[in-house]
Design a protein around this ligand. Structure first.
Ligand code: GCV
Length: 605
């Protein structure tokens, strides 16, 4: 079984280790480093490392000692100074949301089948689950939500018949400081004999209270429940005329006595739209739904908001809800699974995206950070060997949202591969630029949703155009894009004033969001003097050229096998994908606009 960063950790971790302290001591022995540990419970997840005569003393809370051990091992491997002074995580919950189904499939999974579910039951290799635990702990991830937010039968029974299995699974991850969370089905009382799931019905409340008691008796340190409600056909409080605060608070109150949190997703919109109705604009939905509820959620509710207002598109503005809520505990949700960003075939390193989001939102306004997982049963865990970077970096970023994307990428490349420095820099450069390259050949200028419907890999500009899910580009012979200013759908007005002004002015709007906020004619002249249509052509051609350059650069790297072959095989597909995007999108716009490419390159007709 391969294991990336911190290669010492490829050695199996014995099942006899029962606490973070024991794991920490084991890791130090594996790495042949002289680390001593002192537990100071008050420090919780925090730690401090100091040099002693022949090694280091790590003082930390119960899990803090383990985080300290990993931080030290990383620093020693990198030849860097260990962090100075006491270190504490910025976000108390650093969560991986796994969309694993009981049948072993993973919704939007690109690295094989589930690591813990198969055939409508728990099914796992305990040794591998321990490896998973240490992999998560080694970057500070402390919560694993183990099942899909779309709770398909029999996953409801994770808090019923499967509780003994859940408890056993939780027990394996516990020494690594990783607590479980479960996605629950809001309508579960109705599957257990009640004729309603109305959150204000006392029988429903009593049912959930009793259920929470049973669950916590089995898994006393369960982190809590995660809920997707009234979204994409999932049940929720709206069916009873109740709002999301009433739904969330009812569940949160049942968890409160046990110290659990209720994570409630804000991914709520009308997925039964009529494409002819131009007044309905999906990006407006989450803000419209949740802003009126600001301040109405109990203190153990966390509202989990996707980073953008749509759905993990290659480029979206930051969600205005993350900027607007002032009296609600929030988590931002990122997606490591590369649903719209290349299926773990194309390279797409995410730290630059997270940096942009946190710079806009401010880390202090977040209680938690969540990411949809990119793991699966593939031998290398993440399908593409480089996709492990996103998991590694997410954990460290959630611990310290001030982290620099380039530094995280550098660390991962240095820890994972022994490459000559010039090659390592090439690899780090490829990764750092990978998002911009992917954006260029798939979604320049803020155009999104031109993907193959359902699959979400590869181009199909008409795929979602007349669709109920509210995902349009509105291209026609006159122009492309959606006017989201006050004169249009009004979405831009959900932002604080300075941003609303910036986004509403086509001359000031960041180029990479231009067609997200504006509808423009093909002849619109861009600041660089080129027309909009020429920029669409040029960006797709340039993006493809950049993919060719990446492929050439990758060839030069002496990566170990099988990573080299795996990365090259995927790069071949990435190049084909880039060509496909270039040709399909350019042809689409050529047919509408009738404008020739000024550089007379081949555009298919
Ligand atoms: C888990 C998008 C994805 C769905 C996902 C949903 C969500 O619609 O395509 O697969 O469902 O987001 O985040 O709930």
């Amino acid at each position: 079984m391969r294991y990336a960063w911190l290669r010492e950790l490829a050695v199996p971790v014995p099942e006899t280790l029962k606490s973070p302290l024991e794991v920490a001591a084991f890791e130090a022995r594996q790495a042949a480093e002289r680390l001593r540990f002192a537990v100071d419970e008050k420090m919780g997840e925090g730690y401090a490392a100091e040099k002693t005569g022949d090694g280091y003393l790590v003082t930390g809370g119960t899990t803090g000692v383990l985080y300290g051990a990993y931080a030290l091992l990383r620093a020693l491997r990198l030849g860097e100074e260990p962090p100075r002074g006491a270190q504490f995580p910025r976000c108390s919950l650093r969560m991986l949301n796994c969309w694993d189904n009981m049948d072993g499939t993973i919704e939007r999974g690109y690295a094989g089948r589930s690591l813990w579910l198969e055939g409508d039951a728990f099914a796992y290799d305990p040794g591998r689950v321990r490896q998973l635990g240490r992999m998560l702990a080694s970057v500070g991830i402390n919560v694993l939500c183990l099942n899909n937010v779309n709770v398909h039968a029999p996953a409801q029974q994770l808090i019923g018949d499967f509780l003994p299995d859940l408890a056993a699974f939780a027990g394996i991850l516990r020494p690594f400081g990783v607590r479980l969370m479960v996605s629950v089905d809001f309508s579960m009382p109705m599957q257990c004999g009640l004729n309603t799931a109305d959150p204000l019905d006392s029988r429903v409340q009593a049912w959930w209270r009793e259920r929470a008691g049973i669950v916590y008796a089995a898994v006393p340190d369960l982190a809590g429940f995660l809920v997707k409600a009234d979204s994409e056909h999932r049940p929720g409080p709206n069916a009873y005329g109740r709002d999301h605060a009433q739904g969330a608070n009812m569940l949160a109150r049942t968890l409160k006595p046990f110290g659990g949190v209720l994570v409630w997703r804000a991914f709520v919109y009308n997925c039964l739209q009529d494409w002819r109705d131009r007044a309905v604009d999906r990006p407006c939905a989450a803000y419209d739904t949740y802003m009126p509820l600001d301040g109405k959620f109990d203190d153990n509710v966390i509202l989990q908001v996707k980073n953008g207002p749509y759905d993990f598109q290659v480029r979206e503005p930051v969600s205005p809800l993350l900027l607007g809520l002032k009296n609600t505990a929030m988590a931002v949700e990122f997606q490591l699974a590369q649903e719209y960003t290349g299926h773990q075939i194309d390279l797409y390193a995410m730290p630059p995206l997270w940096r942009e989001v946190i710079d806009a939102v401010g880390a202090d306004s977040l209680r938690a950070m969540a990411a949809v997982g990119n793991l699966g049963r593939d031998e290398n865990w993440t399908g593409h060997p480089f996709a492990a970077l996103n998991l590694f970096a997410f954990g460290l970023f959630a611990w310290d949202p001030g982290s620099d994307p380039g530094a995280l990428i550098d660390q991962w490349t240095r820890l994972t591969y022994d490459l000559p420095e010039d090659q390592r820099k090439t690899l780090a450069g490829l990764l750092l630029d990978s998002r911009a390259v992917y954006e260029k050949y798939t979604a320049p200028l803020g155009l999104c949703w031109m993907v193959q419907p359902g699959l979400h890999y590869g181009p199909n500009p008409y795929g979602y155009e007349f669709d109920a899910w509210g995902t349009y580009n509105r291209a026609d012979r006159n122009g492309v894009g959606i006017d989201r200013t006050a004169a249009g759908t009004g979405y831009a007005c959900q932002y604080p004033e300075s941003l609303a002004r910036l986004y509403s002015d086509p001359a000031a709007c960041p180029e990479n969001l231009l067609l997200f906020f504006h509808r423009l004619p093909y002849g619109h002249v861009m600041p660089d003097g080129r027309t909009l249509i020429q920029r669409i052509y040029d960006d797709h051609f340039d993006g493809c050229e950049q993919a060719y350059a990446m492929a050439r650069a990758l060839q030069t790297l002496d990566l170990p096998e099988p990573d080299r072959s795996e990365a090259l095989a995927r790069m071949e597909k990435q190049v084909k994908n880039a060509e496909n995007w270039r040709d399909v999108i350019n042809t689409f716009f050529y047919r509408f606009s009738g404008v020739e490419d000024s550089r007379e390159r081949k555009i298919y007709e």
